[in-house]
Each structure stands twice: as C-alpha cells, then as structure tokens.
Write a protein that binds this ligand. Sequence first.
Ligand code: SF4
Length: 368
Amino acid sequence: MALKGLDIFKLTPKTNCKDCGNPTCMAFSMKVASGAIDITKCPHLSEEVLAKISESNAPPMKTITVKAGDAEYKLGGETVLYRHEKTFVSKTLYASFICTGQDEATQERKLTEGLKVDYDRIGERMYCEFIFVNMGSDNQDNFTALAQKAAATGRGVILNCKDPERMKAAAEAIKDAKPILNGADASNYEAMNAIAKELGLVLGVSGADLDELYDTVAKLEAAGNKNLILDVGTVSIKSAFEAAVQIRRAALLNKDRTFGYPTLVNVRKLAGGDVNLETALASLFTVKYGSIVVVEDMTYDKALALYGLRQNIFTDPQKPMKVEPGIYPLNGADENAICATTVDFALTYFVVSGEMERSGVPVNLLRG
Ligand code: SF4
C-alpha cells in the first residue's frame, strides 16, 4: 500500500529547513504522497527511509522498456483507467504474425510486402513495431532461422514458444535485437525465467486463467524478475477482454502490483481468420488495454483505422496538439522562396504542409 502524507511526514526529520524547496516537511510529505514531487528532493533522509518510501509509493503499474530495431519504446506505466482522468502514457504497439508452420513463400511475403505500411501522420511514424514469431506445431526446427530472418528486418521481435530449449536457441541467436520471450507459464516458468534473466530480456507470461497467471507472476517476482508482460490468452474473446480489464483494474484500483504489468493480446488468434473481426478486436484492445496487439498483417486499410485511433487515444488531452512556431522550408525552399502561413493546430499544419509538399513547389511555411 502507498504511504499517505502523514506516514511520510513521520519519516522526515521535521526540521522545516526548506532545502527541498517547500516551506515545511508536512507540505513536502503531502506532495510526495500525491506524486507531485520526488522523495529524493529531501537530502536529509537516510538510505533506509528513502528505500521504504520509494518502494511503497512506486507507480502501481511498472514501465517496461522494449526494443524494436533502433527504436526503444515504453510499455505500461499507466496511472489512470480512463484517458479523460489524466492521460495514457505508453501507446499500444502492434506486431504482425509469422509462423514456422507457414510455407517459405508466405514467410517471405510477410517479411517484405507485409511490412510495407510505414508512413508519418502528424509527426508520428506509423508502422508495425514488432514481428510476432510463432513456433507452430510443424517445422519447429525452423524457429531459430525464422527468428533471425525477423530480426534482420530491423523490427522488434517477439518469440512465442513454450519449449525452453527452442526458446533459448532462438533468443541467443538474436539476443542483440532484444526480443521479448513470450512463453512462460505455470509449467515452465523457472526455465524461461533463467533464459530471460541470463540474456536480460523481457519475459511474457500466460496462465490457464487469471488465478494461475497471478500465481506464476508472483513466483517470477519472488525469483527476482519484474521485467514482465502479461499475455491475456486466446481461449475466447470474452476471457481475453475480461483478463485485460481485470489486470488493469487490479493494478490501478486495488494497487495490486503483482498485476502491475503491460499486457499482450493476440487478436489474430481470437479472430480466427476473420479480417474484419480482427481489425475490430485490435481497435477494442487498443482502447482497453493492450500494450502489444498481435495481428495477422498490418495492411493500409487496417493501419489507417488503428493508427488514427491510437493517435487519438494516446495524446494528452490536457496538451493541445500544437506545432512549434518557426519557418518550415518545404521542397528545398531557400530564402528566395515564397512564404505561406498557417495556424499552430497540428492537424491543420500537417494537412497544409502535406498538400504543399505534394505540389512540389518550394515554399517556406510560417507557423507564427
Ligand atoms: S528538505 Fe527535508 S527536512 Fe528540509 S523541509 Fe524539506 S522535507 Fe523537511
């Protein structure tokens, strides 16, 4: 349980020295309890007290760092259930599916044509950040080779495999790509944990139901691993949705840190091959509360809906989407090029600049 202001006050020196920038130790303690100031701003606390307050007042949901090619992303770290309460901080990322059971031509297409969606919208790159490499029941020996092909694309890799030996071989082969190892469950968590810890990788955990998932996460935490992602499962759409919501509510409302982790949702499996249902489910879990959503492919028709939705959900409603004032040269414009003006609202700016870029005419776009 997080310490309240009075509990924190009892641990301060109560000298009101103002070194933390606050008039009294009580004022400082109240701000620490509300999250407005960091406990380390008081230089007069012992290591022991600092550790006690930091641990008890840490955010209920951990922030997990993942690598996707050269980019690094944060997952989790959310503090509210609804965007209008404050803001969501870590956007949903998407993964396209590939499997050892698919024929080589299909795999090749998915690693080339299937990754073509890649464009900018309002200053943000829209592309599939991950490839979800599934070890199917056929051709299991190809798992490492397929993982290497996926890593060579420069996208992030999620290895989906329940067999610790095969997981280890693939993870070691692409360890520099920092893949997510999605495969720990009640039966194999010790072996999977050893691989993840040895290679310093994020571990995905699943369970037959929420109770089993909870127990497995607790055991992994007891073994010293708090670098986890929770797979909500693919038994049914209903159970996956319930799991995603219950996990987030347990973490944020009940402050139960065992469920304070980001989640992974495989909507490709849930949709059972229905493309329209898959897109609808990907939208649903973008809103509630998938940190990584796995789809069959990221096509333009799917991307336009999903990325537009994501951009709306994961912008801070308290900060207007504005473009910095300045002169923006387009199409190689120099000081002799014509000038045009626009407003600071980001959507307007990017619509205007997009049209001007398409015209091919050198122009200095002024945002005053
Ligand atoms: S620096 Fe520490 S001791 Fe001084 S006023 Fe702030 S909380 Fe109190």
